[in-house]
Design a protein around this ligand. Structure first.
Ligand code: INS
Ligand code: FE2
Length: 380
């Protein structure tokens, strides 16, 4: 400490009694007093350090015990294989703080309380539609005006009556590299980046492998854009039921006013062509990548129903995030809602500007794809 600093003490304007105490001390005693204080401080510091060290050791012990418990209860070799694959592949840039390598797959995959994706999400605002670019507003204007009941029947007939292309899932993902989703206010990256970011975030939180695959392929249906779509309006964007009144919870609700169904006497009632609690599987959601990919995945993957629901309803924000259309839900849909809600943060909050390294991640995901797609060549 400088001599200047010391000599200022007795002349301080903020005299609270201490300055008079120091006034009578000579410089040597003052230095001695300071020295004592510093020593005391150092002692406290090293005590604190020791405490931190103890805490760390304790945590390591707990982790080791937990790991041992998990290993002991592992029933088949499958998980060994998963862990091995994870060890051999480097993890994405989203996963900067902790490595996923040795952690076991979480069993309660619907529980997001420990999800690191939720901690990361507080740094940024998402889905700010009022502040969105014009491309987003123009997209929703067109989507809301054109998604009619008649169009939706036609789209389903088109889908069922032909195969558009045949290729591997990886090639399909690469093809998506050329698509920028006009409806999305939260990312300017291409779709393969979004697919990998979502899957990597899920993998990072040690969710089951089928869940990771859902992350990878949930938007693969956007390939529709390269086949027989009429634009982006029948491929991307949030979804909503057609054939009944459009909920006010749908973003840019006003744009529906120009949809021919808006004033239709049947389609504009609360239930429209549906009945109370009829179940979402009986409700026609606006046609796009979710519905298309759901049908494709149902036929050509071994994903569980929970995973299929995530794909089918992930863009149905008015339902899974705003609580609309509850009166159409069946018992089963309440369970599915929890699954879709468990998936949603990974889809939404993994949208960052940091790209994944496609080539590095490729081997891990090729293996994952093979695990759930029995046929290498998929019919799109
Ligand atoms: O699931 C998402 C979500 O609904 C976004 O809001 C939309 O912009 C994307 O197209 C879609 O993939
Ligand atoms: Fe999507």
């Amino acid at each position: 400490m400088s001599t200047n600093g010391i000599s200022k003490i007795p002349h301080s304007n903020k005299d609270n009694g201490t300055s008079s105490k120091f006034q009578n001390m000579d410089r040597a005693s003052l230095l001695e007093k300071i020295d004592e204080d510093i020593q005391e401080l150092n002692l406290l510091k090293s005590k604190l350090k020791q405490l931190e060290q103890n805490k760390k050791e304790l945590q390591d012990n707990i982790d080791n015990i937990e790991k041992k418990d998990d290993n002991d209860t592992e029933k088949d070799n499958d998980n060994d294989k998963n862990t091995e694959t994870q060890k051999n592949t480097s993890v994405s840039k989203i996963n900067t703080s902790v490595s996923t390598s040795a952690s076991p797959i979480v069993e309660d995959w619907k529980d997001n309380t420990q999800a690191s994706i939720l901690r990361a999400s507080t740094q940024r605002q998402y889905r700010q539609y009022e502040l969105a670019f014009d491309r987003v507003k123009l997209f929703y204007k067109e989507q809301h005006e054109k998604q009619t009941v008649a169009y939706n029947y036609q789209a389903r007939i088109n889908f069922k009556t032909k195969v558009r292309d045949r290729m591997t899932v990886w090639d399909a993902l690469i093809k998506l590299n050329n698509l920028l989703d006009e409806s999305d206010p939260d990312t300017e990256l291409s779709q393969i980046d979004h697919a990998l970011q979502t899957a990597e975030a899920i993998r990072h939180d040690n969710k089951p492998r089928w869940f990771q695959l859902v992350g990878l392929i949930h938007d693969l249906g956007k390939l529709l854009y390269f086949f027989d779509s009429q634009g982006q309006w029948d491929v991307v964007g949030d979804t909503f039921p057609v054939g009944c009144r459009y909920s006010k919870k749908i973003i840019y609700h006003d744009y529906f006013k120009k949809n021919p169904d808006y004033k239709n006497p049947l389609y504009s009632t609360k239930y429209g062509i549906y009945s109370p609690k009829c179940g979402l599987e009986n409700v026609m959601l606006s046609w796009g990548h979710d519905e298309y990919m759901y049908h494709l995945a149902k036929e050509q993957t071994t994903l569980p129903p929970e995973g299929l629901a995530m794909i089918r309803y992930h863009s149905f924000y008015p339902w899974h995030s705003e609580g609309a259309y509850k009166y159409l839900m069946s018992e089963k849909d309440h369970e599915m809602l929890k699954c879709v809600q468990a998936f949603n943060p990974y889809d939404l909050y993994s949208k960052t500007d940091t790209k994944c390294d496609i080539e590095t991640l490729k081997p891990y995901y090729l293996e994952l794809i093979d695990e759930f797609f029995p046929n290498k060549i998929v019919e799109f």
